[in-house]
Design a binder for this molecule. Structure first.
Ligand code: PLP
Length: 344
């Protein structure tokens, strides 16, 4: 059964080429640093983002948390936006694993501005937690991209205050495509970066963290502590190499399809959608009908093999990716139209 799955880019299946590469991958015990395919993936990841070293981790969440754990001490405070993934979607791991306080910025854009860092930074005082880290995100979970000049200004302020900067770059390649710049430029404004190969890049599993040699060495120790030392993991690295070298090149197709979907959805008068916020592969919209039956809308699409996430605070998010094509989007639009005509 083929579904049109618009829930997320995490649903992408590995490509045929990835499956073949995984089947034939040369592998070894990675805890002994014996896996040549993983060594190659980590080498290439560091090179692409212009950092000294990289480390493979099973998930983006583990990558973010490992970086935070490695940068901080128990009781430190980190500055971040209240809507960032590390706050909202990582199961409270900050409190459990690193045991850090958070200074959370609340605003409409979900971005962090230099003044926020200045405001959040705590003076050296026996009563106060020690501010040690700024956690940025780009692309943001709300589907927009942080302009490079904001990242640069954040980084410079953080450095002037003696703070480290971590970037949740789960979709750093989407951000780079959207900004039309080298991803290394984005990474240059962070001491550590986490990015995912298992989302729009189609690898079945995994993320990488990058940073200095010393940082990655310490993070590797923390990865082991969390039970994340892996053995013949080159099978995953084989798909990761294709993700990095080939799948990053096609992300613009997803962005274009998302923009097309957004422009067509915007033709429905009862849909509220800000096209200027469609900057990567995510389309957010609301249906402006009072007492709209969200469950019936969801069921209508489900019945036609279209998978979506339920609305969240009245908002829908549709995500385009490698397993969604133009026909899928047109079919979805047709079915939404049918539904809206039926209930009008
Ligand atoms: C911005 C962002 N950061 C981190 C993650 C965590 O990745 P994972 O689901 O692999 O733990 C996600 C997942 O969707 C994400 O969107």
């Amino acid at each position: 059964m083929r579904y049109i799955d618009l829930r997320s880019d995490t649903v992408t299946k590995p490509t045929v080429k990835m499956r073949e590469a995984m089947f034939t991958a040369e592998v070894g015990d990675d805890v002994y640093h014996d896996d040549p395919t993983m060594i190659e993936l980590e080498k290439q990841a560091a090179k692409i983002l212009n950092k000294e070293a990289a480390l493979f981790v099973p998930s983006g969440t583990m990558g973010n948390q490992l970086c935070i754990m490695t940068h901080t001490k128990r009781g430190d405070e980190i500055i971040t936006n209240a809507n960032n993934h590390i706050i909202v979607h990582e199961a409270g791991a900050l409190a459990v694993l690193s045991q850090v306080n958070t200074y959370q910025i609340h605003n409409d854009t979900d971005m962090i501005y230099p003044q926020d860092i200045i405001d959040g930074f705590r003076a050296d005082d026996v009563h106060a937690p020690r501010t040690s880290l700024v956690c940025l995100e780009n692309a943001l979970s709300n589907g927009t991209v942080v302009p490079l000049d904001i990242m640069k200004a954040d980084y410079e302020v953080a450095k002037s205050l003696g703070l480290k900067v971590h970037l949740d770059g789960a979709r750093i390649f989407n951000a780079a495509v959207s900004l039309n710049i080298d991803p290394a430029k984005i990474a240059s404004y962070a001491d550590s970066v986490m990015f995912c190969i298992s989302k729009g890049l189609c690898a079945p599993v995994g993320s990488l963290i990058v940073g200095s040699h010393d940082f990655i060495k310490q993070a590797e120790r923390n990865r082991k502590l969390l039970g994340g030392g892996m053995r013949q993991v080159g099978f995953l690295a084989a798909s990761g190499l294709i993700a990095l070298n080939e799948m990053t090149k096609r992300l613009d197709d997803d962005h274009k399809l998302a923009k097309y979907l957004a422009s067509k959805l915007n033709e429905f008068e009862i849909i509220e959608l800000d096209e200027s916020k469609v900057q990567i592969n995510m389309v957010f919209f609301k249906i402006k009908i009072p007492d709209f039956d969200h469950q019936a809308f969801y069921d209508h699409l489900s019945l036609h093999n279209i998978k979506i996430n339920p609305q969240d605070h009245g908002q829908y998010r549709f995500v385009t990716h490698n397993d969604i094509n133009q026909d899928d989007v047109d079919k979805t639009l047709r079915l939404i139209k049918d539904y809206l005509v039926k209930i009008a």
